[in-house]
Design a protein around this ligand. Sequence first.
Ligand code: TRP
Ligand code: SF4
Length: 407
Amino acid sequence: MSTNPSHNERVVSGMRPTGRLHLGHYHGVIKNWVEMQLNYECFFFVADWHALTTHYDDPSRTPEHVEDMVIDWLAAGISPSSATIFLQSEVPEHAELHLLLSMMTPIGWLERVPTYKDQQAKLREKDLATYGFLGYPLLQSADILMYKADYVPVGEDQVSHIELTREVARRFNYIYGREPDFEKRAEEAISKMGKKNAKAYRNYRKAYQEQGDAEALEVAKALLESQQNISVGDQERLFGYLEGISKIILPEPQARLTPASKMPGLDGQKMSKSYGNTIALRDAPEDVELKIRKMPTDPARVRLTDAGDPDKCPVWQFHIVYSDDQVKDWVQTGCRSAGIGCLECKQPVIDAVINELKPMRDRAEEFEQDRQLVRQIITDGSEAARDVARETLDDVVEAMRFSSFSR
Ligand code: TRP
Ligand code: SF4
C-alpha cells in the first residue's frame, strides 16, 4: 500500500492504436505516464473506437496495432501492477455513457471544438462529415468521466476536448443532480461538522455565492476534505451545495498538459510515421546507427573544413535531449570551428539512443515471444476497468431516474 495521499487521485489517458511507437511518443507521452503510474491510480487505454472515427473504411489492422502498441507501452515501463491497461472496445460501457451524454450535449458545442474543422481540413481525402467524427470529443468525454478522473495528461491539441468534458459534466450535474430534499440534507450535513467548522463553511459559502470569492471556495473545499466525521455522501453533498449544484455525479477533470516534446524527427520536423522520420522503440541498433548517420546536418557544412551552426542542424536537437554539458560544449565548439566532423558529432547521439532503447527492445522481445500474455494483460485490465465503469453507469442511470429494469 502506498502512503502517498495522491494515490487516490485518478488519472485517465488514452492513445489511438497507431502500432509500434517511436521516440517521439516515448519522450512526449509515455515517459510521463510511466512516472504518473507511481503517484496516481492510473487508467491507460487504447482508444480503438476513436481510431474508427477516422479509419472506418478499413479497420482490419486495428487488432494488430493494438497489440503492437501495448507491447511498446509495457516495454517502456508501463506496468499492469501499477496501472490499469485496457482496450476501449472491451469496455462497452464507454459506448453506453457516450450515448447517454449525447442526448444532452448541444450540437453547437461539438461543432465549435477546434479539432473538428481542423482535422476535416487536414484529412480532406476522407469523408469526415460523419456523425461519429462529430462525436469524437464526446466519446473522449465519456472515456474520462467514466472513471471520475481528476487529471487527464494530454498534449496541447487535446485541451479543447478536456474543456468540453468539463462542460458536459457540469451540464449533466446541473440537469440530473437534483436530489429531493437536497437543501434540508445539506443543512443537516453541515451541522454534523461541529459548531466551529459549520460556521466557517457557511461563511465561505456565502462569500463565494454572494461575492464570487474564488479563494473562499477553495478554502471551503479544503475544509471539507479534512472532515473525518461526515460520510462520503454528505461530503459530496456539501461540495455541491457550495457551488449551487445539488449533487456532483460526474466530477470535472483537469487537463495535465504534457510539455511539448523536444524530440524532433530525423529531419528536424515533428517525429511522425507519416513523415518517415522516426526511430521506433524496437529499431535494431544497426538501424538506429544507420538512420542517425544518414541524418541531414547544417547544409552549410559541405566540406569538413566548412564551419557549421548547431542551431541549423537537427542533430543538435538530439544532443539537447541526450547529451551532458561537456558533450554539448564539444559540439558547439567543434561545429562552429570545423574542428569535428558530422559523423564524429553524431556518435554520442547514436550511443545514447541505442543505450536508451536497449532495455526496451529486450522487454519488447519477451512480450513478442508471448503474445498470449499481452492479450491476457489487456483482458484483465479491461475486466478491472469494467468494474469501475459499471459503478459509474449505475450512478448515472440512477441520477437520470432511467433505471432500466435489470438494474
Ligand atoms: N483523442 C486522444 C488523442 O488523439 C485520444 C483519447 C481518446 C484520449 N480518449 C481519451 C486521451 C481520453 C485522453 C483521455 O490523443
Ligand atoms: Fe550538426 Fe554536429 Fe555536423 Fe554541426 S557538427 S552540423 S551540430 S552534425
